[in-house]
Design a protein around this ligand. Structure first.
Ligand SMILES: [Zn+2]
Length: 307
């Protein structure tokens, strides 16, 4: 006896009712075939969808990678330009070192040993090309950072040297103590202005001016003597340090006292004719390490070699 399975189709909308009778084994075969068709359709659909998704993702990654490489290239070019710009700082450093009589920083030191820095481990998510550019960037930025630090150190050295020089220069006699007045009898042997039969050494420089004219300190220093000093008359000495001393003789009036710190161009006394002299003038002396030298070169600093 054959088992039948009833398949009932009902449609209320069309007022339809139909009953099919299928042998049971035919029904099972039909169900298996239908299930197979449905399963295959679902599988193929999902596989295609996944393929499409993977292809879209790959395309997106490709675009992103390309964009990233373009930006890395652009960044690399920018860093290279900054390196070229930095060369101007090196030239400036050399100019400053020339001016302040300092040794140049060697070009090998500026180059920071290009090529010696460690490459970073490659990023797996990036292409070889992107990793290559990234490594180049890291190395280039390392060098640039080192150059900036070196320039800063060099600049500090230069400033230190400059300050010490400026301090030294401020203590070197370098101006006419009676500005605008003509330089008279100079350093060296001459006919004595009082005993005209004698040739005597003149240890200073005479600068003529009316009595009461201001006398200025020719450099920073400390007043080391004020008072009457035999033929010098009313006299003032300044100790400038670094072995320099100046003397201002035949003064009419002294406006500072021993121990006072005076600045260059400060009024310290007035012109007079005290001591062994024939008319009002300043007898100006410069002593270097205890030796009296010609003051004339010290009136124009450009004639003085300093180191
Ligand atoms: Zn004199």
């Amino acid at each position: 006896m054959i088992d039948f399975t009833d398949i009932v189709l009902v449609s209320k909308k069309h007022n339809f009712l139909r009953i099919f009778k299928l042998p049971k084994h035919s029904f099972i075969v039909t169900c298996v075939i239908l299930f197979g068709i449905i399963a295959s359709t679902v599988f193929l659909s999902s596989y295609n969808a996944r393929e499409i998704f993977v292809a879209m993702s790959a395309r997106k990654s490709e675009c992103e990678n390309e964009s990233l490489i373009n930006r890395l290239d652009s960044l690399n070019n920018l860093v290279a330009l900054t390196h070229r710009d930095f060369d101007r700082h090196i030239e400036q450093d050399n100019r400053e070192r020339t001016y302040w009589q300092m040794v140049f920083v060697h070009p090998d030191v500026w180059s920071m040993g290009i090529g010696g820095s460690d490459a970073k481990a490659p990023e797996k998510a990036l292409s070889d090309r992107a990793n290559g550019i990234l490594n180049q960037l890291y190395e280039s930025l390392d060098v640039l950072k080192g150059k900036c630090e070196l320039r800063e150190t060099s600049l500090n050295d230069i400033i230190q040297k400059m300050e010490s020089k400026v301090y030294l220069w401020s203590h070197i006699p370098s101006i006419n103590p009676v500005p605008g007045r003509r330089l008279g009898s100079g350093f060296g042997y001459r006919v004595d202005p009082i005993n005209k039969k004698m040739i005597k050494m003149h240890w200073g420089l005479d600068i003529g001016a009316p009595r009461g004219t201001d006398i200025l300190a020719s450099a920073d220093g400390v007043v080391s003597y004020t008072g009457w000093n035999r033929g010098y008359g009313l006299c003032l000495d300044i100790d400038h340090g670094f072995g320099f001393k100046t003397r201002y003789a035949h003064c009419n009036c002294i406006l500072v006292k021993k121990g006072d710190f005076v600045k260059r161009s400060q009024v310290i006394a007035t012109i007079g004719d005290t001591g062994r002299t024939t008319c009002p003038h300043l007898h100006y002396e410069v002593h270097v390490s205890g030796v009296k030298v010609d003051p004339k070169p010290y009136i124009d600093l450009s004639n003085v070699v300093v180191d």
